[in-house]
Ligand binder design. Structure first.
Ligand code: NAD
Ligand code: MG
Length: 298
């Protein structure tokens, strides 16, 4: 593990080439039970005040990529609200503790984003309890593999669309009532938007939709001074993967197909979100920043 995100080393070996067990865990997976554990920057993300005084809402901020983003945002000086499912309270409390240890306010918002009323409520509570919202990170996601479309339940298709696309739409719509000029929206898409896997038809469809949503809305909101961008992660070691995100037999080789030869760690994603959230990226609008370990994207 690097000492901090600036440590000069070989990216091939910056993190271990892990071989996770083929064991499946129930959805939602938890970081507190992830084997091997992932790095969210707890011991190495170094902040520099790049988001001083900002108010951020990060969905899925309890674990994985969202947790790394929440820790980084707090260490860069932002107060952070995190949204997660009720079953994930243990993970959420650990991240809230990290936010508070950075001297910032943490707001924990458990609930189900596939319910429209809850998506509205989390924006309202962020505004009320943090005193506003400057940054919205639509990062919560659902990914369940399915080998045969004929067997893909309507309920799964619906839940994947609702979590990955509808919640993003609802949260963005609610946030737009409050986001000031200078505010930013960052959506988590995926390399799956460009290289859709045959076992992730529903999921890959949502990730392509998130890219189009980002690029269309970015043009609409730019004149108002609100920037919309996306991050496209490659294979990242998070609780999404062993909780039916992949067929279990693929887990031991997860991420080894990338040019770097290993999966990414959530901590390696956080700097991309910090860059897009901060005014230093003021002329970056409608971009999808790929963080894929070298997997090619258009
Ligand atoms: P993760 O499981 O740690 O995070 C996903 C989070 O989404 C969960 O923690 C959960 O809190 C939240 N969530 C899901 N359904 C919800 C609901 N109905 N209501 C409220 N919250 C809900 O896994 P992650 O890999 O960090 O995923 C974060 C994002 O990154 C997702 O959008 C995922 O699609 C995307 N992504 C992940 C990878 C990867 O390889 N891990 C690659 C590309 C994109
Ligand atoms: Mg989680």
């Amino acid at each position: 593990m690097p000492e901090n995100q600036y440590s000069f080393d070989n990216p091939v070996d910056r993190y271990p080439h892990i071989h996770p067990p083929t064991e499946q865990v129930p959805e939602p997976g938890r970081d507190s039970e992830l084997d091997p554990p992932a790095d969210h920057g707890e011991d190495n993300y170094l902040g520099h005040g790049r988001l001083a005084g900002r108010k951020a809402l990060v969905t899925g901020g309890d674990s994985g990529i969202g947790a790394a983003v929440a820790i980084a945002f707090a260490r860069e000086g932002a107060d952070v609200a995190i949204v997660y499912r009720r079953e994930e309270e243990v993970d959420a409390q650990a991240i809230a503790e990290q936010i508070r240890a950075a001297g910032r306010t943490a707001l924990t918002l458990p609930g189900d984003l596939t319910e429209r009323a809850f998506s509205d409520e989390v924006v309202q509570r962020t505004v009320a309890e943090l005193g506003g919202i400057d940054i919205l990170v639509n990062n919560a996601g659902k990914q369940i593999f399915s080998t045969d479309l004929a067997e893909l339940p309507d309920e799964q298709f619906d839940a994947t669309m609702k979590t990955n696309v509808y919640a993003m739409f609802w949260l963005t719509k609610a946030a737009l009532k409050h986001l000031p000029a200078g505010g930013t929206i960052i959506n988590t898409t995926s390399v799956q938007a460009y290289l859709p896997g045959e076992q992730l038809v529903d999921y890959a469809t949502t990730k392509a939709a998130i890219n189009a949503f980002t690029k269309a809305l970015a043009q609409q909101l730019a004149p108002k001074g609100i920037r919309v961008n996306a991050v496209a992660p490659g294979p990242i070691w998070t609780p999404l993967q062993p909780s039916a995100g992949q067929p279990p037999e693929k887990l031991p080789d997860f991420g080894s197909q990338t040019p770097l030869g290993r999966p990414g760690q959530p901590a390696e994603l956080a700097p991309a979100y910090v860059f897009l959230a901060s005014p230093e990226s003021s002329y970056v609008v409608g971009e999808t920043l790929a963080v894929t370990g070298g997997m090619p994207t258009p």
